[in-house]
Design a protein around this ligand. Structure first.
Ligand code: FAD
Length: 512
């Protein structure tokens, strides 16, 4: 069925070594899916829309064994061949991380489908869902809701793949309690850089399991993931309150993430020189006191918005209202700025998709996104706020700036993810779009100034969704964890075949 494999391999190798047009060479790999050699422009694009590298081929696998056979083949070609392989989730990377210049991109979404998800409700262990890693979180949610269940930890936007977020961390307003998404995984099926299919968990091939979580695609391609579930609520009370003073805002946030009785979701936003803020919210939020709220003028000030939710089912609404009232009474926000609404659980979790549709209609979704995500140690967050908000950051009109604290105790330090070295650290996410090329350059300069400020003030900041150009910078990012990261690379992907777009290791160059 697959022809003469050996002669095809020779032909492929000859083409590569002699730099002949590779599209002429048949791929000698036994797959159930197919390889595409044209129409692959989508694989050279991502949400960041700043780097574009065409792959040589895109694999549309039908089974995990297709991914294994492809990587095994590249592995067997040895170090002299420059071919690399990158998994592509939904292509929502920012800096080409899911691209493979002149290599093979694996389109993980072709492994997904409703019949590929298996949910186990209970029995001896708590419920979980087994899902293809190329599945979107929104589809995982809808599948689980049919059984009254849902994953515990989320990202703000659900049109991302399971494998894509588990390769980073998966952080949102539930992470203070449940940890990031990588803390809520029971088992993975992984294809290593040698083409071996390995099932791993805390008890079984544990080192690979921990390496892959937050591993930036460096140690293997995740083909399936087993995710912990909890009973899903039906509804959500969604609350926003404003502060004009950062210290009070941060104190309230930190108190809430450490309390026993607290909200289910805790995030925050910085608002600099934003006009029409309150009027914008009016469409979806009811101000508690419409009269007072209409007198609240936000223009020109730096404000901090605390965003909270409490889950509920219609039967317990009265109790939840009482609890919310009590929780809010402990906080020191500006009283006239209490905005409350209630929506279904799905509507809340999928809220960014609603914004996506609006932005798409205005042509704003496909613009370049020079995002910068930082993890700032709690002891340095006030220095950071003084130096950056209202100083380097002159407005937040091009996209939101999120800020919220996380509990380090909910992160597993055996994974590849590195956090700042304190019990509490803040995620600060600058999420702009750039309207024209001058705008892009200005935003990139702003990011550089923020990073320079952090370096000069020695804040001990780590990048989330990190992007560096040199291995020296990667070593500094991982710090004391670099040695183990590099050792794992040499164990699971010694030829540096996987995820070249992260620019951590280069194929054919010694790893250690
Ligand atoms: P891709 O971008 O396609 O891939 C990301 C990296 O992982 C690449 O290096 C790729 O090679 C690798 N990879 C992909 N799939 C696999 C796999 N199966 N196995 C191994 N490696 C793989 N992140 C958060 O944590 N919290 C948020 O709230 C959040 N909100 C977001 C909102 C928007 C609008 C966007 C665009 C992104 C957001 N993100 C958030 C970032 C998101 O986690 C990253 O974009 C991530 O890359 C997931 O996107 P993806 O599934 O498209 O993966």
């Amino acid at each position: 069925m697959f022809g003469n494999l050996n002669s095809n391999i020779v032909l492929l190798l000859c083409c590569m070594l002699l730099s002949l047009p590779l599209s002429a060479a048949p791929i000698p790999i036994p797959v159930h899916g197919h390889f595409a050699f044209s129409g692959n422009e989508f694989a050279a694009r991502d949400f960041g829309n700043q780097l574009h590298s065409l792959p040589w081929a895109v694999l549309h696998p039908k089974k995990a064994s297709d991914v294994a056979a492809t990587i095994k083949h590249v592995w067997q070609m040895g170090p002299a061949a420059s071919l690399t392989v990158a998994a592509r989730g939904h292509g929502h990377s920012l800096q080409g991380q899911a691209q493979a210049p002149q290599g093979i991109v694996v389109n993980m979404e072709s492994l997904r489908g409703p019949h590929e998800m298996h949910l186990v409700k209970g029995g001896p262990s708590s419920p979980y869902v087994d899902t293809p890693a190329g599945e979107l979180w929104i589809n995982v949610l809808h599948h689980c809701l049919k059984h009254g269940l849902a994953p515990k930890s989320w990202t703000d936007y659900l049109h991302l793949t399971v494998g894509g977020t588990l390769s980073n961390a998966g952080i949102s307003g539930q992470a203070f309690r449940h940890g990031p998404q990588i803390s809520n995984v029971r088992q993975l099926e992984v294809i290593t850089g040698k083409g071996d299919l390995v099932v791993c968990s805390d008890d079984n091939n544990a080192d690979l399991f921990h390496a892959v979580l937050g591993g930036l695609g460096q140690f293997g391609i995740i083909t399936r993931a087993r995710i912990s579930l909890e009973p899903a609520p039906k509804m959500v009370k969604w609350i926003r309150v404003l502060y004009s003073d950062f210290a009070t805002f941060a104190r309230d946030q930190e108190r809430l993430i450490s309390a026993e009785k607290t909200f289910d979701y805790i995030e925050g936003l910085v608002i600099v020189n934003r006009t029409g803020l309150i009027n914008n919210w009016r469409s979806s939020f009811n101000p508690q006191d419409p009269d007072q709220a209409s007198h609240f003028v936000s223009d020109g000030r730096t404000l901090f918005c605390l965003e909270l939710t409490k889950n509920f089912n219609p039967d317990d609404e009265a109790d939840i209202d009482k609890e919310i009232k009590w929780l809010l009474s402990e906080l020191s926000y500006i009283p006239s700025t209490l905005f409350v609404t209630q929506v279904s659980y799905v509507e809340f979790l999928d809220r960014v998709h609603a914004a996506e549709l609006k932005m798409r209609s205005k042509g704003l979704w496909d613009l370049p996104h020079p995002w910068l995500n930082l993890l700032v140690p709690r002891s340095k967050i006030h220095t950071f706020a003084d130096g950056v908000f209202g100083n380097i950051l002159t407005d937040t009109n091009n996209g939101p700036v999120l800020i919220y604290p996380l509990n380090k105790s909910k992160w597993d330090n055996r994974t590849s993810f590195v956090t700042p070295d304190e019990d509490v650290f803040y995620l600060v996410a600058f999420l702009p779009h750039a309207a024209e090329s001058e705008g892009l350059q200005n935003l990139l300069n702003q990011n550089r100034r923020i990073l320079n400020f952090c370096d000069a003030a020695e804040l001990g900041v780590k990048q989330y969704l990190p992007h560096y150009k040199t291995q020296e910078e990667w070593r500094a990012h991982f710090g004391a964890r670099w040695e183990i990261f590099a050792q794992r690379k040499s164990a699971y992907d010694p030829l540096a075949i996987l995820a070249p777009g992260q620019r951590i290791f280069q194929k054919s160059i010694s790893i250690l």
